[in-house]
Design a protein around this ligand. Sequence first.
Ligand SMILES: CC(C)(COP(=O)(O)OP(=O)(O)OC[C@H]1O[C@@H](n2cnc3c(N)ncnc32)[C@H](O)[C@@H]1OP(=O)(O)O)[C@@H](O)C(=O)NCCC(=O)NCCS
Length: 166
Amino acid sequence: MNALRIRPVTHADLPAIRDIYNHYVRTSTVTYDEVESTSAGWADKAARITGAGIPFLIAEEGGVLLGYALGQPWSPKSAYRFTIENSIYLAPSAAGRGIGRALLAEFLDACRQAGLRQIIAVIADRGTDASLALHRRAGFVDAGRLTEVGEKFGEPQGVLLLQKTL
Ligand SMILES: CC(C)(COP(=O)(O)OP(=O)(O)OC[C@H]1O[C@@H](n2cnc3c(N)ncnc32)[C@H](O)[C@@H]1OP(=O)(O)O)[C@@H](O)C(=O)NCCC(=O)NCCS
C-alpha cells in the first residue's frame, strides 16, 4: 500500500491542482469561481503565495496528487500581514478517507512555523458539510455568516466565516 505524503507544492504539481479545482468550479458551489482556472494562472498564484512565505502544500499517494491546501493574504493592507484565508481541495475520489484532516493539520503546522497568527476559512453556506466538519474539528470557530453575497448557477449564495487562532 502506498503511503500518504504531504509536501510543499512544485511547478510540476500545478496541472493536477488545476484539474482538481476546475472539477469543483464546473460542478459545485463549494467555490464561487465560475470560470475554469489555467496552469498559467496557477503558476502566478503559487509564485505569489510562496513568495509571501505562505504555505502551499500537496498530498500525494504513490506519486498521484490527491489534493492541496494553500493560504492567501486576507487583505493587501499591511496591518493584516499575520492573517490568511485558507483553501483545501481533494480529488473527489480521495474525499472521506481522512486525507483532508491530515493535510489541514500539516498546513496549520506550516502556518505556525511561518509566523502566521490567524486563519480564516470562507466556506459556502450550502453543500459544504465535509468542509465545515473538517474545519471545526481542526479548531476553527464560527465567526459569522454573510447571506446572498454571491450568485452561481442562477442562485444567490452565501458564506460562513470560520476563524482559527494559531
Ligand atoms: C472538504 C474536504 C477537504 C475534506 O477532506 P476529507 O478528506 O474528505 O475529510 P476527512 O475524511 O479528513 O474528514 C474530516 C471530518 O469531516 C467529516 N466529514 C467528511 N466528509 C463528510 C461529509 N460528506 N459530511 C459530513 N461530514 C463529513 C469527517 O467525519 C471528519 O470529521 P471527524 O474527524 O469528526 O470524524 C474534502 O472533502 C474536499 O475536498 N471536498 C470538496 C472540496 C471542498 O469542499 N473544499 C473546501 C472548500 S471550502
